[in-house]
Design a protein around this ligand. Structure first.
Ligand SMILES: [Cu+2]
Length: 658
């Protein structure tokens, strides 16, 4: 929405607020202005109101994180609505993040685990099986930082460094050494143009901060955007968020089905590096349905009047370009546009995860319009052209019910928005004909034609945490002989080190009974096959759903459990040298350990011993203090002195092994 349209919307809202002022029962009218009395504004946005735009360029803009009780918000230009940040390919983008969080205990409350009556037993060590180490609880610090999801900018400060760079709250522990940080990004000229996003990445409290309100969209504009604009095709950015996670932190032991005899009872001897599925969290009964929102307006459940939904008009005979971000913490989406008879209207899918559809050579693909539901996992994006329904026909943007596995969340069908033919076509600014789009080469082209330097198997697992401060521990680890399963903790050494310029094929395995996702910072990957089914046109993504495991029977030669499997291939460019997190994007899982770090070494850079650890947030430990293994931290060594100083201020950590 333009600034003028936004101001108009505010004026209309203010007028309607006066009209209902007499009614005491009415919720507070929506007013996104951030004031001392209402740091995050008042009320919730009416359905269909787009967020304001922000174009920081090199000169920069400030995003202030403010707090109002159990709400957090990004404030830009005095407006407490996470702006849609716009940048051009090849452009410098400066963003100052300022932390005005005043009550970290509210973040703590948003991640409070359930309480067990009796403690879970730890996963026993058994010969032939990986050792499983339980995690420990993270106590909220109120520190926050910024991750620019999907952007191929270096994992090095002042760009997309999330492992050490953070900002301290106004009230609360000061462990970051700064209240504000200025990120200076350079969007590559060959960055695919499309939809990206931003959110905090302070490990352990990502989910709480996102649920409380900290997510926003980034649009990278390029020639295709310009061509759409010249052709008068209206664009619409849609952001789905989640405002609660009812099973966060809970180990619903009472609801767990009895573990069948499991892997340990298999008549087939363990191979020496087997996963103990007998002690995995099995089925749970997550009866609750989590609230989601569209552009900040709550999405109602069940049969709802159209007046409760966003109403989108498309001029008859024309089409619009919709860019949809799933910023939910763990809700998957399966999207269609359906009419009153339940018939899906064709959608022309144009881009996923910010990248216009292209083959490995970088040539643009234009698949025919589809009526198939479109899966968008948490963290994922989809962009498509949608045509106006025939006049008089109502259609809805729908997310279908999704089977997330017997340990997953309930995701019923929901209507997100009403879609009708109406309104006037967007005036075409110039000539009606779109200029030829000179698309620059896709940064991620060519990965399939490269020689594979190495293959790895990366496994996902989860186990109930022992002790009474109950939680579920989540694991993401390279499955190889001698591996030990440990939940990731802030400051952990990189799990995998590769040389710049190499290409690897990773088989991601899901050994649990719920869907997970795989996301890696900085990079995109091509998905080669899913559960052994090769993809005819491998998609270029930065987050992918990993199917849940299936039972095969205890006498099966392949073992009692067949993990869900996704094979992907990616290249590690020298420009992205540094420490790159990869994790599940069900962020509660990430917070509780389903994360690891990949280090890309610049070719020829010598390994340097590290003499200090990274900042480590305070933890109420339920086991002895963890140690940080010494690492060769060429990244910290390459930072400016002042920044290095702030990183090295961290408390020293004992070197005993955990
Ligand atoms: Cu997960």
């Amino acid at each position: 929405m333009t600034r003028a349209r936004h101001a108009l919307a505010l004026a209309l809202l203010a007028a309607s607020a006066q009209a209902v002022a007499a009614s005491v029962a009415e919720p507070p009218a929506f007013d996104p202005r951030s004031t001392e009395a209402a740091p995050c504004g008042t009320g919730v946005p009416p359905p269909g109101l787009e967020a304001p735009e922000l174009r920081p360029r090199a000169a920069g803009a400030t995003l202030t994180v403010r707090q109002d009780g159990n709400r957090l918000c990004y404030v830009a230009n005095g407006v407490a609505q996470a702006p849609v940040i716009r940048a051009r390919q090849g452009e410098a983008l400066t963003l100052t993040l300022r932390n005005e969080i005043v009550d970290p205990s509210q973040i703590e409350a948003a991640m409070t685990p359930g309480t067990l009556k009796t403690a879970n037993a730890p996963v026993p060590e058994a010969a032939g099986y990986y050792k499983v180490v339980p995690g420990m609880r993270h106590t909220a610090t109120g520190a926050t930082n910024l991750h620019v999801h999907g952007l191929a900018v270096p994992p090095v400060a002042p760009q997309d460094e999330v492992l050490t760079v953070c900002t301290d709250p106004a009230v609360g522990p000061a462990s970051c050494g700064q209240r504000a940080f200025t990120y200076r990004y350079r969007i590559p000229a060959a960055m695919p143009e499309g939809l990206y996003w931003y959110h905090p990445h302070v490990h352990g409290e990502v989910q709480a901060q996102m649920l409380m309100g900290l997510t926003g969209a980034i649009v990278v504009e390029g020639p295709e955007h310009d061509a759409r604009r010249a052709a008068g095709i209206a664009e619409r950015v849609l952001v789905v968020r989640q405002t609660q996670d009812q099973d966060a932190g809970k180990t619903p032991a009472a609801a767990m089905t009895a573990a069948p005899a499991g892997a340990l009872a298999s008549p087939h001897p363990a191979s020496g590096h087997a996963i103990d599925t007998a002690h995995e969290l099995l089925c749970t009964s997550n009866a609750g349905i989590d609230q989601i929102s569209l552009d900040g307006a709550p999405v109602p459940l069940g049969e709802v009047p159209d007046a409760a939904l966003a109403r989108f008009e498309i001029a008859p005979g024309t089409r619009q370009y919709w860019q949809l971000l799933n910023a939910a913490t763990d809700a998957f989406l399966s999207l269609s546009v359906e009419d009153e008879l339940g018939h899906a209207l064709p959608l022309e899918i144009n881009a996923r995860d910010g990248s216009p559809l292209s083959d490995d050579a970088g040539r643009r693909l234009h698949p025919p319009p589809t009526t198939e539901p479109q899966s968008v996992p948490p963290g994922g994006r989809i962009e498509f052209f949608v045509a106006a329904p025939p006049p008089g026909v109502k259609a809805w943007l729908v997310t279908h019910a999704i089977d997330t596995g017997c340990a997953g969340d309930r995701l019923p069908e929901r209507r997100l928005a009403l879609l009708v033919a109406g309104g006037a076509a967007t005036p075409t600014p110039g000539a009606a004909a779109a200029p030829a789009a000179a698309t620059p080469r896709n940064l991620f082209a060519g990965v399939l034609s490269r020689k594979i330097d190495r293959r790895r198997v990366i496994a996902m697992a989860e186990y109930p945490r022992p002790g009474t401060a109950d939680q579920t521990d989540f694991y993401l680890f390279e499955r190889k002989p001698g591996a030990v399963l440990r939940p990731y903790m802030m400051g952990d050494a990189p799990a995998i080190t590769v040389k710049a310029g190499t290409t690897e094929e990773w088989l991601i395995e899901n050994w649990t009974n719920e869907l997970h996702t795989f996301h890696i910072h900085q990079l995109h990957f091509r998905v080669l096959d899913v559960d052994g089914q090769p993809s005819p046109a491998p998609e270029l993504l930065d987050v992918v759903e990993i199917p849940y495991a299936s039972a095969t029977g205890y006498r099966s030669p392949e073992g009692p459990v067949r993990p869900g499997r996704v094979r992907l291939r990616m290249n590690f460019p020298a420009d992205m040298a540094g420490d790159i997190p990869f994790h599940c994007h069900l962020v509660d899982h990430e917070d509780n350990g389903m994360m690891a770090v990949l280090r890309i070494l610049k070719t020829g850079s010598p390994a340097r011993p590290v003499t200090h650890a990274v900042p480590k947030p305070a933890r109420a430990s339920d086991r002895p203090a963890a140690a940080i293994a010494p690492t060769d931290d060429s990244r910290a060594a390459s930072l400016p002195a002042a920044l290095r100083e702030s990183i090295c201020r961290a408390k020293s950590v004992s070197s005993s092994s955990r």
